[in-house]
Design a protein around this ligand. Structure first.
Ligand code: NIG
Length: 394
């Protein structure tokens, strides 16, 4: 069995026992897992030796909020928004129509292309959702398509009520035959709790049906206003409540006293011109946060976790270490994968070898050099998926 020694690591961030950055470290991979981590001077021999030339090594990004199963784009809507039009949930219908008209092969191809784009930027673990089919057949094939490209799949039948069906009938469909059809392909259920989508009681009904089917809970909450989604997510013990742009003190306190992760989506906030969530307040209060791309054609058409990390530092008041934690270990918590043999978002002996090397000596460069492609190499379960080039100058 081939072992690979990665050496020449100027700065190693493991996110395992602490957030410390170690210098002049080495790491050995075998059979997709990490066999050894320690000082370069004591590194064991291995069949394959990769010198990363003085670069920074850290866990691969964990992107826990994407909507990759769709067809079409909404560039015109985006341009109108940049010209002053407000974002509203109804734009989702444009993508629903295009998604219903696409074949399953086309949906898989688009999702796989975006997954590849994310991997090339250091993402080694990714969640994606249904939510642009919104009828029985289209949600079912969306769930299958999602499961073919993502590590974790979320059922978002409760994205909006699509045209041509009454609210009550649609809720019965989502919590009944649609849920039963997608259940074999998904691990979480989600609902968009917002004006123009679902209110708190409707969201509760959807989440409880998902829980009864054995699914974990997630909520799109407090994106466009004080929707009550955050408080409901905490009350029901959801793994994550995502967006969190509009928070009252009671929301912050509720999150801080809970295990529910507030997943923040900075690229979406820029693209919808929403105020950023109060990330600093959340952290200072003791809440858990994660960062994710929210890649989708409506509100956030990017797969770039480095962009989200840079924005969180430059615009949302996080330190570099806080942002990198939120995009790795903090994000792992948001999908229940922080601990155990299948943990992601951290590097530990015996754990998954999901890691990335930056074309930079330190993770600080992620925000210090915003917009510069800094992904030099990516290993997913020990297999290299990105290729580096020259050593960094000393
Ligand atoms: O997370 N907020 C709800 N759903 C997506 C956007 C959907 C869309 O506009 O297509 C989001 O931003």
């Amino acid at each position: 069995m081939t072992t690979e020694l990665i050496t020449g690591i100027r700065e190693l961030t493991t996110q395992a026992d602490d957030r410390a950055r170690r210098h002049d470290a080495a790491l050995v991979i075998e059979a997709g897992r990490i066999l050894w981590i320690g000082p370069a001077a004591r590194a064991p021999a291995a069949g394959l030796r990769t010198d990363v030339g003085g670069r920074a090594l850290l866990p691969g990004w964990v992107d826990t909020h994407t909507h990759l199963v769709f067809a079409g784009d909404r560039a015109a809507e985006f341009e109108a928004r940049m010209a002053g039009q407000a974002y509203a949930a109804g734009g989702i219908n444009t993508t629903v129509a295009a998604t219903r008209a696409a074949t399953e092969e086309q949906l898989v191809a688009t999702a796989a292309r975006l997954r590849g784009e994310a991997a090339a930027q250091g993402t080694t673990f990714l969640e994606t959702k249904t939510g642009y089919g919104l009828d029985l057949a289209s949600e079912t094939r969306s769930a299958r398509a999602a499961a073919s490209v993502a590590d974790v799949v979320t059922f978002l039948g409760a994205h909006i009520v699509p045209p041509g069906i009454g609210r009550r009938d649609y809720l019965d469909l989502v919590t009944g035959s649609m849920l039963a059809a997608v259940a074999p392909h998904v691990q979480f259920i989600d609902a968009f709790c917002e004006v123009g989508a679902f209110d708190v009681e409707e969201t509760r009904e959807v989440l409880l049906a998902g829980r009864a089917a054995g699914l974990g809970l997630r909520v799109h909450g407090n994106q466009l206003g004080f929707s009550g989604g955050v408080r409901l997510a905490v009350e029901l013990g959801a793994a994550s409540v995502d967006h969190c742009n509009h928070l009252e003190s009671a929301d912050v306190d509720a999150l801080a006293a809970s295990d529910t992760v507030a997943t923040l989506l900075p690229a979406c906030d820029l693209s919808t011109r929403q105020p950023f969530p109060p990330a600093r307040r959340l952290l200072d209060a003791g809440a858990h946060i994660a960062l994710a791309t929210n890649c989708n054609p409506g509100t956030s058409y990017t797969t770039s976790m480095p962009f989200c990390v840079a924005t969180a530092v430059l615009q949302m008041g996080l330190t570099v270490e806080e942002a990198v934690w939120a995009a790795t270990r903090g994000a792992a918590r948001a999908v229940g994968r922080e601990q155990g043999v299948d943990a992601v978002g951290s590097l530990r002996v015996g754990g998954r070898a999901d890691l990335q090397v930056l074309d930079a000596p330190s993770v600080a460069h992620l925000a210090y050099r915003p917009g510069v492609p800094l992904t030099w190499g990516v290993w997913r379960q020990g297999v290299r998926v990105g290729r580096g080039s020259q050593p960094l100058p000393a």
